[in-house]
Design a binder for this molecule. Structure first.
Ligand code: DX5
Ligand code: ZN
Length: 216
């Protein structure tokens, strides 16, 4: 399967956000990854609805919205109205995960679940057949530019086994510390979506880095 590349605007230059999104528009990126943080679920606050709406006005790629917030069910329709194409909620942040996932799908968006590095893929056993994507966090969520956690490779293998057992066709997204050093191994291991913030926006030629993450 051809993998997808989703640059994360968390590492973009917010004073030149329009310029950075135009770069992504013209690049080989498949999606735009949007990290929403509430300062409660994670020890950082990023941005919210007004920024998302502004991004949607100019973005030509689907918005892959990653909610690092507690009680995500409260805000689903707001995120839909701001232009989210897919919503990723954290297993650790939602008591009624199944209900929230169904609500996301009923609103016409793709539904995904993210797992923190310490969370076993087995917790998804009862919902894996009904979701569009699993996001394996390969850093502890909250910040860009962190070091990739190598155990993610084992989690990909376990996730693939679980998906086989449950006849799931979910995409496997890897988020955190992804760059040229590990992209190819991740895709070989089974990753279908690579999120990259720092690796893209801190590089000398971000559009070329996106291209290189897509074609190797
Ligand atoms: C981390 C975010 C990531 C982040 C990845 O909490 O979910 O999407 O932007 O950034 P890099 O690629 O810099 O690790
Ligand atoms: Zn993310």
């Amino acid at each position: 399967m051809v993998h997808l590349v989703a640059p994360s605007i968390l590492s973009a230059d917010f004073a030149n956000l329009g310029r950075d999104i135009e770069m992504v528009n013209k690049s080989k990126a498949d999606w735009l990854h949007i990290d929403v943080m509430d300062g409660v679920f994670v020890p950082n606050i990023s941005f919210g609805f007004p920024v998302l709406s502004a991004v949607k006005k100019i973005a030509k790629k689907p918005l892959d919205v990653h909610l690092m917030i507690i009680q995500p069910d409260k805000y689903l329709s707001r995120f839909r109205d701001c232009g989210a194409d897919s919503i990723t909620i954290h297993y650790e942040a939602d008591i009624h995960l199944h209900r929230t996932l169904e609500a996301i799908k009923e609103m016409g968006m793709k539904a995904a679940v993210a797992l923190n590095p310490h969370t076993s893929v087995q917790v998804l056993s009862e919902v894996i057949s009904d979701i569009d994507m699993v996001c394996l966090m390969s850093v502890n969520p909250g910040f860009g530019g962190q070091q990739f956690i190598e155990n993610t490779f084992q989690k990909i293998t376990s996730l693939k086994t679980l998906m086989m057992e449950k006849a799931s066709r979910a995409l496997i997204e890897i988020d955190g510390g992804v760059g040229m050093a590990n992209a190819q191994s991740l895709v070989k291991a089974g990753a279908s979506v690579l999120v990259a913030g720092n690796a893209v926006f801190s590089s000398a030629d971000p559009a070329k880095t996106i291209h290189d993450l897509k074609y190797f």
